[in-house]
Design a protein around this ligand. Sequence first.
Ligand SMILES: Cc1cc2nc3c(=O)[nH]c(=O)nc-3n(C[C@H](O)[C@H](O)[C@H](O)COP(=O)(O)OP(=O)(O)OC[C@H]3O[C@@H](n4cnc5c(N)ncnc54)[C@H](O)[C@@H]3O)c2cc1C
Length: 481
Amino acid sequence: MTDVSTGGASGTGAPDPALDSKIPDGPIADKWENHKFDLKLVNPANKRKFTVIIVGTGLAGAAAAASLGELGYNVKAFCYQDSPRRAHSIAAQGGINAAKNYRNDGDSVHRLFYDTVKGGDYRAREANVHRLAEVSVDIIDQCAAQGVPFAREYGGLLDNRSFGGAQVSRTFYARGQTGQQLLLGAYQALARQIDAGTVEMFSRTEMLDLVMKDGRAVGIVVRDLVTGDVSSHSGHAVVLGTGGYSNAFFLSTNAKGCNVTAAWRAHRKGAYFANPCFTQIHPTCIPASEEFQSKLTLMSESLRNDGRIWVPGDSGDERAAIEIPPDERDYYLERRYPAFGNLVPRDVASRAAKLEVDRGRGVGSKKNGVYLDFADAISRLGRDTIEEKYGNLFQMYERITGEDPYAQPMRIFPALHYTMGGLWVDYDLMSTIPGCYVVGGGKFLRSRRQPPGRVRSHAGPGRRILRPAVHDLRLPGRSAR
Ligand SMILES: Cc1cc2nc3c(=O)[nH]c(=O)nc-3n(C[C@H](O)[C@H](O)[C@H](O)COP(=O)(O)OP(=O)(O)OC[C@H]3O[C@@H](n4cnc5c(N)ncnc54)[C@H](O)[C@@H]3O)c2cc1C
């Protein structure tokens, strides 16, 4: 694996020319607008002369394929599931951040940018983060127009909730199944293009290799997972929307199918893989119940809006949660971080939970969790309100643990969840292989200013907007816009 910290493959400390981020000039708030204007446009009649290969049809790949198809390009899209609807994006629960400031609580594009850079440990590339904050505002409208049933308030406006690391309420959601609803929206847009003939869809097809010619990506080799046939496809650009690599770690929240094979194969062809340690530990997962478990289940972070995290004050307390009086509980996040309380960033909440369990204050038969308690919220807001907000998550928890979270607190513990490292990309989302682009969870955007080496898991409050930067894609020598 190439060590980008030493300046790339040479290891001499000299800047590696392959790692030119191509960040546009000008003030950060103007870069994206200027860049869009500076890009050369492609004549509508010429667009159909270009073929774009898109591997992966999760939220990133499906949206990219649908958008490029709509623009008039020929798109070939591939996924290994039987349908794009089964991509792991479907598992996303909590929501999608946007600086709409619907709550009038002081949010802005700049604040989302600021929170994201800070939450990302100052490691994200600021220019890309600013673009993310800018387009977050429109992506919500686009999804709503596509029919994504975001939660709404009594007055009909889209509702928001808070997520860790943010002091404003900017997360748009569809109960605890935001990813599923967004994926259905993206899939509908994709299906429309398949019907229109602009996108040719190859499901149950696995990318085996990236085809290179004269140092450029010009196609892929695939295997039909039903017949076993191996074939190749050529294109003017290859886009990888193939997800992250959490499963490289034991007991992650990712489906076992998320196997990072496509990114790995691109890496072997020369795409730099950056900062694989930059991994997020999510604090609200259901603790392991058996030795033979191969993965864990996430309980959405949104639960920390209304759930209070605590452990018994004394280690080794064997009483059931409801038998422990409030003054014998330690609401350790509220105690240590009064400004954020239970909504501290994910890494802070994760470390704190691990510390409590290591101190012997863990709960459950294996003493490997902490409590997430809704009793106060239920008595304040009523069971119906809690059910409306989190009903499917409570149901999922009960099915897995056999415990009723309306009657007793949930048990949670941190687990590997999301990977912020990935294939290195420049501002245009092109990897170090010309013609090979990376969108969604498979990519890594590194800060130019931050020295490498200091790695810790961290939750970026606005970092993971579920969207591909479709408009960022640039075809050889031209722009998609
Ligand atoms: C439990 C859970 C909850 C989450 N909740 C949130 C949330 O609330 N908010 C948020 O912003 N993010 C959340 N995330 C993260 C978010 O879901 C992901 O970042 C995002 O869905 C990634 O989308 P993607 O399109 O990049 O990848 P995926 O959805 O994983 O799609 C990958 C695609 O690539 C294809 N593929 C992979 N390898 C190959 C190959 N070799 N050949 C062919 N096809 C291949 C797959 O078939 C699939 O179509 C959550 C993640 C998990 C696991």
